[in-house]
Ligand binder design. Structure first.
Ligand code: ZN
Length: 430
């Protein structure tokens, strides 16, 4: 791409940027936690349709995807799980096709008094937009859309098919992205602007979720020693799981991309419930666990090991010995994924095209990193033979209080995305 062309694209993103901020602000006002994404998806669908993309809105159905590799089982129903995809069909079909993916679901906000402003009333202070989902990852949905807008403003459309996806379920299963594959959406590459500080994520961990159900013997606290305390029984089990976490992180188990990470795999006790009454020994306890996995680590073997560790630890406790914990795997059953392992020509070309786009925007080479979280990239990379580039803006406090995204960074990501599309797909006159 010549310099004049590059400059025109960068300027076109600038010209559309106020509209992009307005779009992001409105999108972030939709409280699209899991199960509540409908209004946000309706807004995205309207915006796609206004841009004359062919818009496909559908209800994700478990029965359609449960047999597919990468599926994660869910508790509860999917009546409210709506995916949206906008399709641009190229007239010339001379370039390489592209999926621009983003997830619409956001994680819960936690106690409101820890936020300095209401999380679903986004606001801007200097370079930062605050609000739940601003960084993770509605800014990415905005940059996908407005990169195409900038090209359109110059009178161009991609010279290959482009699919703009807004999916549900990224934060708990990935089944929204899986449903897009099942529906037939495939391309030569995918770009997912998750907020990793304008770096390219070249490897990501897998994620395993499970629930541990414990029973106890309820007696009056006055005779506590004659009962069995289900909540306190959980404590040694958690310690045993943390020992397993330590083993899995050992140098000899690390994927090459994580060689420099001493603790890439985190075991998180994310939720706990149990007991019914302060003066009764609790008869039940349930705790929820998230554990990371390296790319290439076998998911079924990992699950077996979790079960073994819990059963072995339970055997050390008098009551649990005869009443072993029940382990329920639900939510994320996600394998790790490393783009760095993909040595195909198409993957190399995609990384190189993104590197050029990034350099034209930032003036320095694209930095690559291995991330200790998971993203929907694994579906494209592992199950559709499609290199997935995870590259998005700078954000802070994602999943925390006062989440925020840098607007200047969003602008640069939008510019790099527009340049990447122009290079990867080529351009045709509208
Ligand atoms: Zn995300």
């Amino acid at each position: 791409m010549n310099t004049t062309h590059t400059t025109r694209i960068l300027n076109a993103v600038d010209a559309c940027f106020d509209a992009e901020i307005d779009f992001l602000m409105e999108l972030c006002a939709h409280p699209s936690t899991r199960g509540n994404e409908q209004s946000a998806q309706a807004f995205v669908a309207k915006e796609l349709t206004e841009r004359e993309l062919h818009t496909d809105t559908w209800n994700v159905k478990v029965k359609d995807i449960a047999h597919l590799p990468g599926f994660s089982p869910v508790l509860g129903d999917y009546d409210n799980a709506i995916n949206v995809v906008g399709t641009h069909r190229s007239r010339e079909q001379s370039g390489r096709s592209l999926i621009l993916n983003g997830h619409i679901d956001v994680v819960p906000v936690g106690p409101l008094d820890m936020w300095h402003a209401p999380p679903f009333e986004p606001h801007i202070e200097q370079d930062w937009m605050y609000g739940r989902g601003t960084g993770d990852m509605k800014a990415g949905i905005a940059s996908n859309l407005f990169a195409l807008d900038a090209l359109r403003q110059l009178g161009f459309a991609p010279a290959a098919d482009v699919f703009v996806q807004s999916v549900v379920e990224e934060e708990c299963t990935g089944n929204g992205a899986l449903a897009c594959l099942q529906r037939g959406y495939q391309a030569d590459a995918a770009l997912i602007p998750e907020p990793f500080n304008e770096n390219l994520a070249i490897a990501q961990v897998g994620t395993l979720w499970f629930q541990v159900h414990l029973k106890g013997i309820p007696v009056h606290a006055a005779v506590a020693s004659s009962g069995a305390n289900a909540i306190e029984a959980a404590i040694p089990l958690m310690a045993a799981l943390h020992e397993m976490e330590h083993r899995w992180n050992a140098l000899e188990h690390r994927h090459a991309a994580f060689a420099g990470h001493s603790h890439a795999l985190n075991l998180n006790i994310g939720k706990i419930a149990g007991g019914d009454w302060t003066s009764s020994v609790p008869s039940w306890c349930v705790f929820d666990v998230r554990m990371g996995l390296f790319p290439g680590q076998d998911l079924e073997a990992a699950k077996l090991e979790v079960e073994q560790v819990l059963r072995e630890s339970a055997r050390q406790q008098p009551f649990l010995r005869d009443h072993p914990p029940e382990i329920v795997f639900h939510g994320f059953q996600a394998a790790g994924y490393a783009l760095s392992d993909d040595t195909s020509r198409i993957a190399t070309a995609a990384i190189s095209a993104l590197d050029s786009a990034h350099q034209a925007t930032n003036g320095r080479p694209l930095e690559k990193m291995a991330i200790t979280a998971t993203t929907d990239a694994r579906f494209f990379g592992l199950y559709a033979n499609t290199p997935a580039l995870v590259y998005g803006p700078t954000a802070e406090a994602i999943h925390g209080f006062n989440e925020r995204v840098s607007l200047d960074s969003v602008r640069r990501i939008t510019q790099a995305t527009a340049l990447f599309i122009a290079d990867w797909c080529g351009l045709e006159k509208i």
